[in-house]
Design a protein around this ligand. Structure first.
Ligand SMILES: Cc1cc2nc3c(=O)[nH]c(=O)nc-3n(C[C@H](O)[C@H](O)[C@H](O)COP(=O)(O)OP(=O)(O)OC[C@H]3O[C@@H](n4cnc5c(N)ncnc54)[C@H](O)[C@@H]3O)c2cc1C
Length: 404
């Protein structure tokens, strides 16, 4: 009989195991991959953006933000920063984003594995859990390996980026243990449209403001670098609105992204264009726009504004200037979908927070069962918020199971 079994040796599972072991428990991790922490290695483009100095719940989507507020507390944030300090991870903080100073995600993964080993955590790899039965205790994979445990911490992740091990089976296991699961949707993911001009703008990057309109009402705005692709749009500012888009589309709502390609200009654009035109006399509209926009994007904007590339700026009429201004500051793009779960960094949806105790992450339905990380209905923005939640929830579960 095992004391504590952690299912999934990812970010949150490793931290849960470490804190449970620190609390005096004998802990076993069951990990389906041949090594733990595979997803940690791909985070932050291999650099692992593991935390944010502004770890505030306004950066999260969840159906139970009131419960989340009890998890992401000042004390818990301090404990995690102390924990990383004790692990020996020296942060390199850029605009509030924490990376290990080595700039290598391996530093974080290795530090966690070393700590787990030092604390005597047993790690069994190449072990996929497919069934959990709860009688007096938990029986894991009853018809195969048949491991018995007093406590189980479910840390299997979501169904985003299944190449790292998380294929959504955690939701099946949670349901089999009497929990509900809010439909998981891809989040922090690229957005797709249906426009012919996508081929023309593919490869362009530009600093923009993006606003998301749902059924005609503005619900979110983000600033940052957009990547224009042959299927639609990508980039951190797009990722940060993608969770809202996925939810809205699943409810049959109309999702429209409005792009401001000149976020640096607050003045009246018509006036600014005319002034600019008078400075650069004798140029085509395209030549004028290429002073501040990529030429591929200029072509698309002019096509959308029904203006010929070779037209002299001086010859534009008021209507054409109006159209041009609109497409520069309010470029409308209808969104028809998101990229797949495999392209997504995380999932929205999952096990509702209202089904767990926020102090210990223990199930309110089955005692001895704990949840950590992305299997829960918590979706953070880009910037270290998802790993931040993984660490905090892992720590709470590890401490919680130690006090049972
Ligand atoms: C490309 C990419 C970049 C990202 N970058 C960042 C970033 O910079 N900052 C940030 O905060 N977040 C980032 N994230 C999100 C972050 O990695 C996740 O939110 C976090 O890893 C979730 O931790 P977890 O422990 O819940 O799940 P995971 O880390 O996914 O771990 C789950 C583990 O469970 C194992 N497992 C699953 N099912 C079973 C089973 N049945 N039996 C046994 N084992 C099982 C899996 O193999 C895996 O090891 C990124 C994600 C991706 C995909």
């Amino acid at each position: 009989m095992k004391d504590v079994v952690v299912i999934g040796g990812g970010a949150s599972g490793l931290v849960a195991a470490i804190f449970a072991a620190k609390g005096g428990k004998h802990v076993t991790i069951l990990e389906r991959n041949n090594t733990c922490g595979k997803k940690i290695l791909v985070t932050g483009n291999g650099r692992c953006n593991y935390w944010n100095s502004d770890m505030n719940i306004s950066y999260y989507l969840s159906n139970d933000l009131d419960v989340l507020e009890k998890i992401i507390t000042g004390d818990n944030k301090k404990c995690i920063l102390d924990f990383f300090d004790i692990l020996g991870i020296v942060p390199n903080i850029k605009n509030g984003y924490y990376y290990p100073f080595s700039n290598q995600a391996t530093s974080v993964k290795n530090a966690l594995l070393i700590e787990a080993n030092l604390l005597g955590v047993e790690i069994i790899t190449d072990f996929k859990v497919t069934e959990i039965v709860k009688n007096e205790n938990f029986i894991i994979n009853p018809s195969k390996e048949r491991i018995q445990a007093k406590n189980v911490i479910l840390s299997t992740g979501s169904k985003a980026a299944s190449y790292t091990g998380s294929d959504g089976i955690g939701y099946v296991l949670a349901k089999s243990l009497n929990h509900s699961v809010i439909k998981p949707l891809p989040s922090l993911v690229q957005l797709k449209g249906n426009e012919k001009y996508f081929k023309k703008w593919a490869g362009v990057r530009s600093l923009v403001n993006v606003s998301l309109y749902e059924d005609g009402k503005k619900i979110k705005e983000e600033y940052g670098e957009i990547q224009l692709t042959d299927y639609g749009i990508s980039g951190v500012c797009v990722f940060n609105i993608s969770g809202y888009v996925a939810t809205g589309l699943s409810q049959g709502k109309n999702e429209c992204v409005v792009i401001d390609f000149m976020p640096w200009l607050d003045d009246d654009l018509n006036k600014w264009l005319k002034k600019q035109g008078s400075k650069v006399k004798g140029r085509t509209v395209s030549e004028l726009l290429e002073g501040f926009l990529n030429y591929k994007l200029v072509k698309v904007i002019l096509e959308k504004s029904n203006i010929c590339l070779s037209m002299l700026f001086d010859n534009l009429n008021e209507k054409q200037i109006e159209n041009l201004s609109n497409n520069l500051k309010h470029f409308n793009l209808n969104i028809v979908g998101t990229n797949s779960f495999d392209k997504a960094q995380i999932c929205s949806g999952g096990v509702p927070l209202k089904e767990i105790n926020p102090e210990t992450m223990e199930s309110l339905k089955i005692s001895g069962l704990y949840f950590t990380g992305e299997i829960l209905d918590v979706a953070g923005a880009c910037g270290g918020y998802n790993l931040g939640f993984a660490w905090i929830s892992g720590m709470l579960a590890g401490k919680g199971v130690s006090n049972d």
